[in-house]
Design a protein around this ligand. Structure first.
Ligand code: SAM
Length: 287
């Protein structure tokens, strides 16, 4: 079977099966071997590893994963791709394709069955319309994960990676960095895909922390504070938190808490680090 990571082979497979791209499924297939190799290298897959691939498409990256890993499970929502994958992956006996919506699959059960519950590696060229629910689902449902190496929209990769005081810093940065260390591996232009997406892309690796980088008494409350702070980005923290319908906190309480942390009463949420949000949360949730 030919490798698919180039325009000629991809077109040949699409024509053989009369396949039409479905925009609603975020189908932009990779046609560049250099990018595929970068993803595989960044994921650091070894012969003992179990890999979960999300959205294999016609199996372009799956072929690489099957060659590098012990075992691969690939979850694909589009039923029309299933017979194609049976063909393009026929040379491999270490892959299982599941025809389902990744957001509905019990990934804890897959990790238990296929990897004895040990942390798995997740690799994907993600469907961009559900990037955040996929990544946050892996973290929040406590799927045992070692690393997540994925292609995402460039702007989203930037938001995941940045720290306080930058324009891209926000609730997504803090949510991701509560669980994992982000690292942007490469920026990828639209011409590496078929069809070309309207936006730039980037490969990002999220390496899960064995333990949370900050201790917080009530992480749900902290994330309510974080969402409220960034919902009204231009407002000071005391106004943003006071105005939030999710929270019942007076301006005075916020100012007192900020002062006890040595922060100015007029500070905005975008200036606070994860550690500072955790401390603020611990002070305010006691109240
Ligand atoms: N991995 C292939 C590649 O790199 O060429 C395809 C990547 S394409 C950006 C995203 C893939 O995810 C498509 O095959 C699409 O059908 C699939 N997909 C979209 N939504 C999905 C979902 N909810 N669950 C599983 N797969 C999904």
């Amino acid at each position: 079977m030919a490798y698919l990571g180039n325009p000629q082979e991809t077109i040949a497979v699409l024509q053989k099966y009369g396949f039409n791209f479905q925009k609603k499924f975020g189908q932009n297939f990779l046609i560049d071997t250099h990018v595929l190799e970068k993803i595989i290298d960044a994921a650091e897959i070894g012969p003992d590893d179990f890999v979960l691939e999300i959205g294999p498409g016609i199996g372009t990256m799956t072929q690489y994963l099957c060659e590098a890993a012990r075992e691969v499970v690939a979850v694909e929502i589009d039923q029309k791709l299933i017979p194609i994958l049976a063909d393009t992956l026929s040379a491999y006996n270490n892959v299982t394709v599941i025809n389902d919506d990744i957001l509905k699959v019990d990934l804890n059960a897959i990790a238990a069955e296929k990897n004895g519950g040990k942390p798995i590696k997740v690799v994907a060229n993600l469907p961009y319309y559900i990037t955040t629910p996929i990544i946050m689902g892996l973290f929040e449902k406590e799927v045992p994960v070692e690393s997540i190496t994925v292609m995402v929209q460039k702007e989203v990769a930037d938001r995941m990676q940045v720290g306080p005081g930058t324009k891209d810093y926000g609730a997504l940065s803090l949510a991701v960095q509560f669980y994992a260390e982000p690292y942007i591996v490469a920026n990828v232009p639209p011409n590496c895909f078929m069809p070309r997406p309207a936006v730039g892309s980037a490969v990002i690796r999220l390496t899960k922390y064995p333990e949370r980088p900050v201790q917080v008494k009530d992480s749900k409350f902290m994330f309510r504070l974080i969402r409220a702070s960034f919902n009204q980005r231009r407002k000071t923290l005391q106004n943003g938190l006071h105005n939030s319908s999710e929270l019942q906190i007076s301006k005075e309480k916020v100012v007192q808490a900020l002062e006890s942390m040595g922060l100015p009463a007029t500070v905005r949420g975008e200036k606070l680090s994860l550690e500072e949000f955790a401390r603020l949360s611990d002070i305010l949730c006691e109240e």
